[in-house]
Design a protein around this ligand. Structure first.
Ligand SMILES: NC(=O)c1ccc[n+]([C@@H]2O[C@H](COP(=O)([O-])OP(=O)(O)OC[C@H]3O[C@@H](n4cnc5c(N)ncnc54)[C@H](O)[C@@H]3O)[C@@H](O)[C@H]2O)c1
Ligand SMILES: O=C(O)C(=O)C[C@]1(C(=O)O)C=C[C@@H](O)C=C1
Length: 361
């Protein structure tokens, strides 16, 4: 035990599904020096994850302390049942929906085995799939839901929370049903909104698309995700998603009425509700959102220039909260957007200019 509440994570850790999320967890555990064994139906993904240093293929003699199930949603319940029945390990999964898999697992294993299962869900990911998109830094500073059922062994819950903390994430305990309603709002609806907006672009005229700026990129990034994965997520959480879609349909009707009537008060009220919604999203590490400002810098297209820019920002003492790089291959410079705390932006601009950087005010 590391302290009174958290059992120590000592390994071996078995990861079932060496894709984006599974390989990211495996990379963290390998870097901690834990023994990590991998199981995947795809030989290619296993080889790739192994090549990245995420662990080795599982053997029948392995005895994991913890199994992390990271397969697509439609395969999760089978994979959890498989892990509970072939080993005495604590088992967690990282699936995007929690209530349906729990119900399916509870119908197939006894209470003693079910006690070793604790669902979880890292609120971090990517529009990309597979082990090549994995990163040990993926979970850093992110919320990670831990969703124990009523019969879960507290030591199993503690071990899963120990994994979450080792991944650099913040455990957030929640009941499975509540979790599913929460992610319908903060993940599944945003995903569908992005998909609908991106769908308007698919056959847009090239001259319209040529004007694309950061706004459309911000709003549509996640729409590039794997449709098969998202079909399974939506299928598993259809009730909560449908409730929200009905609310959005009513909002869309109100918006269309306000635009058609050119009703400024109604439109402003709708737009202001959007402001209130973005302000309600917590900042990094769950704290209040801190106002930020973007500083735009031209970066010459030479090796080492980005590193020099980040180094200069570090020496100036300004923390970079986020970064976007817009590199038009036809131009010899890239435009880099550094997102910094609002109060530091002017100081950063002046100090970068004095070091010879071209900024855009
Ligand atoms: N993509 C995200 O942003 C994200 C974020 C958080 C949670 N999740 C959840 O994590 C899980 C994995 O998603 P991902 O994005 O890593 O997917 P992925 O496609 O990158 O990886 C899934 C892996 O599971 C393997 N696999 C499929 N069926 C298997 C089986 N029966 N046994 C063993 N391996 C099997 C695949 O070959 C693949 O390597 C999903 O349940 C998803 O809902 C995804
Ligand atoms: O950043 C992204 O690419 C994501 O969409 C990640 C995201 C999310 O909606 O936040 C997507 C689905 C997962 O279940 C968890 C995380």
């Amino acid at each position: 035990m590391t302290d009174d509440s958290l059992p120590a994570l000592v390994g071996p850790v078995e990861v079932v599904g060496a894709g984006l999320i599974g390989t990211s967890v495996a990379l963290v555990c390998s870097r901690l020096g834990l023994e990590v064994v991998l199981r995947d139906t795809s030989e290619e993904n296993l080889r790739t994850a192994h090549g990245l240093g995420a662990g080795r293929a599982v053997t029948s003699s392995d005895r994991p302390q913890l199994v992390v199930v990271a397969v697509p949603p439609a395969r999760i319940a089978d994979a959890i049942v498989g892990a509970l029945t072939r080993s005495g390990a604590v088992v967690t999964d990282v699936g995007s929906v929690k209530a349906a898999p729990l119900e399916a697992v509870a119908a197939r294993v006894g209470a003693a085995d079910l006690a070793r299962y604790v669902g979880s869900h890292p609120m971090a990911g990517s529009e990309r799939s597979g082990p090549l998109a994995a990163s040990a830094a993926l979970f850093d500073g992110r919320p990670w839901a831990v969703t124990p059922h009523a019969g879960a062994d507290p030591r199993a819950v503690g071990l899963v929370e120990a994994l979450v903390l080792e991944c650099g994430a913040a455990p957030v305990r929640m009941a499975p049903d509540e979790h599913d309603r929460a992610v319908a709002r903060i993940s599944h609806l945003p995903h569908l909104a992005a998909v609908l907006v991106a769908g308007r672009l698919a056959s847009a005229p090239a001259e319209h698309l040529a004007l694309s700026g950061q706004g459309v990129r911000d709003v549509t990034r996640v729409a590039a995700s794997d449709p098969a994965l998202w079909h399974q997520i939506l299928e598993a959480n259809s009730e909560a998603v449908l409730d929200l879609l009905a609310e959005v349909r009513a909002d869309l009707d109100a918006l269309m009425r306000a635009v058609a009537a050119d009703s400024a008060p109604d439109l402003v009220e709708i737009l202001a509700r959007g402001n209130a919604g973005t302000a309600a999203i917590p900042g990094k590490h769950g704290g209040p959102a801190r106002p930020t400002r973007s500083v735009f810098v031209s970066v010459p297209d030479h090796p080492g220039e980005l590193a020099r820019l980040f180094g200069d920002a570090g020496e100036i003492g300004v923390n970079i909260e986020d970064v976007h790089i817009d590199h038009d291959p036809g131009r010899p410079v890239g435009l880099t957007e550094l997102v910094v705390e609002r109060g530091s932006a002017d100081r950063l601009l002046a100090a970068l200019e004095s070091r010879g950087w071209t900024t855009h005010r």
